[in-house]
Structure formats: structure tokens, C-alpha cells
Design a protein around this ligand. Structure first.
Ligand code: SF4
Length: 379
């Protein structure tokens, strides 16, 4: 197991309302050497306590400071998707916000630049209560829920063990699927919970070409470490997903992405693959400034990129389609039945690369349908 000492928080703020919560106790118990400060009525501690002058320095400072606090308001949200693009109907809940890993392209650098302290929400019992009411109220609706939108789903799991709580909760519902999404390899709690997995849990890894993982995914588990973890959870009976995100254009991309695809199929048996997604590099212009400040060596903010309809910089269409089609075809060569989809792509891309809209492909039913039951998952 790789050492995560360098990413653990050196300073933990605890909101007074969170002191007695189970998650707080677990985190403080797991990090006995961290400095702990108790606060009340503070929105984002690092804004007050860091003396860094610029937003990008404050954001970097925030990567080593954790705030244990309570989430207020509704937990479940529809994935924001992106305008004028095909959406896969994912719901999201955020058990926290911010990530100690440090990918060059991470959109949180702009999305959370005004709230840079890492956060874990300690009132997860409220989260489960809200989901339970919703799942029971709409028994014929499929809820595919992800926890990896504003935080890596598993990066703190060795401190919180909350994956076990999630797996246990979802085991009660036939109309809900939970996706953990991560670039970490800490799956020991997932393995411990294998006997309560009811078949509706998918553990997904973001994967990439080795060059991207090595140069632009700082502090993450290596590709081989992620795939070892994927193999372990598949052997323990879970379904596994992979997200090629963001696919990057660089010299030698064909051979490196081919190598990654070969490794994926060597690690996880085809019948355990829940889905694979493909998304090329895209980001809002303000993120470009942050990337240039925080990762001056990176080549990601450069190249043939144009502002698209959704106000994000993307590769020009011929490059985007070439990258996506290459990976799509390589995966389908391995197994034509694996559900593959494009995340945040246009209808034109679906027509060009997949031959039609996503609903046309029956293997994509679980991903794109809103009103299906899932007899296949739970028997
Ligand atoms: S793992 Fe995900 S959330 Fe964490 S820094 Fe990388 S892109 Fe951002």
C-alpha cells in the first residue's frame, strides 16, 4: 500500500456542531498527531488562517487543511452536465468538498477557489435519511448516484470508513446504484464490505495514458496501483467502471492509450465491467490561469483548443473526435458488449463515433434510462 502521509491534513478544524459526530471521531482517531482547532460560525477556515497573498497560493495551502463540518441543505443533486451536450442522468451527493490529490486539470481549482479548505461533512446520517425518503417515494425510478463530483470518493476512506456505511445503505434499495469514483487505491474497507454488497455498487477508476498520470496527476495512485485495486474489488464481487478522463492529445498518445486499455482488460474480467466513459480535455478559461500558476511545467493549458458552446476550452473537433473514436474502437475491439459512453459530448459526436444517440444502444440502458427497474442487478 502506498504511503499517504504526504497528503494527510496537518491541521484539522472542527466545527463545534460536528464534535460528537461519528465521522469526526473516526477522523481524529485516525490522525492523532494532527493539530486540531475547534471553531464555530466559520465558513472556510483557510481564508482566515492562511496568510498567502494570491488565490492560487491559498488553494495550495488549503490542500493540507481539513475542515470537519456539517452539510446544510439538500444533498442530492443532478449532475450539472454541460449545456448543449448529451447528459448521462447521474445524480450526485457530496460527502465532502475538495481533494488532497492534485491533478493539473482539476476543475475544483476554479470551482472552489473561494472555498479552498478541504471539507468532510460529518452529518452523513442526514444524507442517508434524505436518500431513503427519495428512493422509497419513487420505486420505479432508477437513481444512479455518484459521490466523486466535488471530492475523490475514496481518498479519505482510510480515515472515515464511510464506504462501508454507503454500501450498507445502498444494499437496501433495488432502484439505486452507487458509483464510487477515485484515483486512489485504498480499497481495504470496500473489500471488508464485500458480503453486504447487493450488486448495486460500482467502484470506478479514472484512468489515463501513463504520461498524463505521471506528469499531471500529482499525489494520485499510479495506473498500476489503481488497476491492482480494481482487480481486487472485482475479485471480491463488485462491478468496476473506468473513466478515460481527460483524454489528452500529445506525441505518442495512440500507443500509450492502447497500453492503458490493454492493462484495463488484463486486470478486470469483462463480465465485471459496468461501464467505461470517454471524455476529452475541457476546462473553463479561468482554470487556465490557475493551471499556469500552479503547474508552470504542464503542457495541458496549451495546444489547439477553442472555446466551445458550453464556454469551455476544448480541442478542435477533428482532434476531439479522433481521440474519442480511437479509444472507443479499441475498447469495442476487446469486447463489443461493454457499455461505453461519452461524458459531456455533443449529439454530433454520438452520431459520428457511436452511430447514433445513446438510447439506441441497449447496453447503455442502465446509464441513460431514468425509469427502469434493475432486476438484473439484485436477482
Ligand atoms: S483526483 Fe479528481 S478531485 Fe482530486 S485533484 Fe484529481 S481531478 Fe481533482
Amino acid at each position: 500500500m502506498r504511503s499517504k502521509n504526504s497528503i494527510y491534513p496537518r491541521l484539522i478544524f472542527v466545527d463545534e456542531a460536528s464534535i460528537k459526530d461519528e465521522i469526526t471521531q473516526r477522523v481524529l482517531g485516525a490522525l492523532p498527531d494532527a493539530e486540531v482547532r475547534y471553531v464555530s460560525d466559520v465558513k472556510d477556515p483557510i481564508l482566515t488562517y492562511s496568510d498567502a497573498a494570491s488565490e492560487h497560493e491559498k488553494f495550495t495551502d488549503g490542500k493540507r487543511v481539513l475542515f470537519l463540518t456539517r452539510h446544510k441543505g439538500s444533498w442530492l443533486k443532478s449532475c450539472p452536465g454541460t449545456s448543449s451536450h448529451v447528459c448521462c442522468n447521474l445524480f450526485i451527493v457530496n460527502p465532502g468538498e475538495g481533494c488532497p490529490l492534485d491533478c493539473t486539470y482539476c476543475y475544483l481549482q476554479s470551482y472552489l477557489k473561494k472555498n479552498p479548505t478541504l471539507k468532510l461533512y460529518t452529518n452523513t446520517s442526514d444524507l442517508f435519511k434524505e436518500l431513503e425518503e427519495l428512493f422509497i417515494a419513487s420505486p420505479n425510478r432508477l437513481f444512479r448516484v455518484g459521490t466523486g463530483e466535488l471530492i475523490d470518493s475514496l481518498v479519505w476512506d482510510d480515515l472515515t470508513a464511510s464506504s462501508i456505511d454507503f454500501i450498507s445503505f445502498f444494499s437496501k434499495f433495488k432502484n439505486a446504484v452507487l458509483e464510487f469514483k477515485t484515483k486512489d487505491n485504498g480499497v481495504s474497507n470496500i473489500l471488508k464490505a464485500k458480503d453486504i454488497n447487493a450488486g448495486n455498487i460500482v467502484v470506478s477508476w479514472s484512468v489515463n495514458a501513463k504520461t498524463v498520470t505521471t506528469l499531471d496527476e500529482k499525489n494520485t495512485a499510479s495506473l498500476d496501483e489503481r488497476l491492482e485495486a480494481a482487480r481486487d474489488v472485482a475479485e471480491a464481487g463488485y462491478r468496476v467502471g473506468f473513466h478515460f478522463d481527460p483524454v489528452v492529445h500529445f506525441n505518442g498518445w495512440e500507443s500509450e492509450y492502447t497500453e492503458t486499455i490493454n492493462k484495463v482488460f488484463k486486470s478486470v474480467p469483462k463480465e465485471k465491467l459496468a461501464w467505461v466513459s470517454i471524455s476529452t480535455l475541457r476546462y473553463k478559461p479561468e482554470l487556465q490561469t490557475m493551471m499556469k500558476h500552479r503547474f508552470p511545467e504542464s503542457k495541458l493549458p496549451f495546444g489547439e483548443q477553442l472555446l466551445s458552446e458550453d464556454s469551455k476550452l476544448r480541442y478542435i473537433q477533428p482532434i476531439r473526435f479522433k481521440l474519442t473514436r480511437f479509444i472507443w474502437d479499441k475498447i469495442k475491439e476487446k469486447d463489443a458488449d461493454v457499455p461505453v459512453y461519452m461524458c459531456m459530448e455533443t449529439s454530433a459526436a454520438w452520431r459520428e463515433i457511436a452511430g447514433g444517440a445513446p438510447a439506441a444502444g441497449s447496453e447503455l440502458r442502465e446509464i441513460f434510462s431514468r425509469n427502469v427497474k434493475l432486476p438484473v442487478l439484485m436477482g
